[in-house]
Design a binder for this molecule. Sequence first.
Ligand code: GLU
Length: 282
Amino acid sequence: MFATRFAPSPTGRLHKGHAFSALTAWTAARDVGGRFILRIEDIDPTRCKPEFEAAILEDLAWLGLDWETPVRRQSDHLADYAAVVEALNAHGLLYRCFRTRKEILDAIGDAPHGPAEAVRPGPHAPEDEARLLAESRPYAWRLSLDRAREALGEQAWNALSFVEEGEGADGESDLIRAKPETAGDVVLARKDAGTAYHLAVTHDDALQGVTHVVRGLDLFEATHIQRLIQTLMGWPAPTYRHHRLLTGPDGRRYAKRDQSVTLAELRAGGLTPEALRTELGF
Ligand code: GLU
């Protein structure tokens, strides 16, 4: 059965861009009598706040959406993600990374191909790793693309792909070859959270039976590495529908960090959900 989801992070109030994304996913499910799942992606302990989670539920209900309950809140399931880290580790696919963000950025700055180079710091030398562990320094787990490629074999690596029913970055659609190299050796367990976005999102999409990932084009690139993780874990491949990003009157896309006007403010200003849905084309 068709199942899709809206998976916001409670790091701020929702804006029109979120409303568009949620309506796109919800409508896709409703049109085919499928499932619509709301998932709270709150693994970032510094940026996520319970009051934003409550506000998300309120804003989406105001918009006229409904969803399956109970709503999965990722921070309640950290043991699930730790088990995935363990499974990938059992296959030798991860390595510890003690480097700071600054060290990583400095290293990329010095790299031959400049700042655009994907982050692939590689494992520490065994003696350094032993010392850093003995000093109880915090570390992240990174996925080694080299080891993943070796584990899958060339044929399976070259066959990594996903079906795009929306539009890809260049308007691509149909079967798209996944290029995890562009993401680099991504962090799958952050120092502070024990998990990371790519791991939690792929785990939960598999667990919740998501058949169609409907989300904004800003996450199109993430799909490449997420397909690799799904393949390594033996999880099913969802179909993807990346949708265009809504832009505001100034032509810029809505974003929390730009203090885009929130749904709550629009509501306080008298906007009705009907008017907003019409404006957004639903
Ligand atoms: N939690 C992610 C975000 O708020 C979305 C994850 C996804 O749709 O894959 O950007």
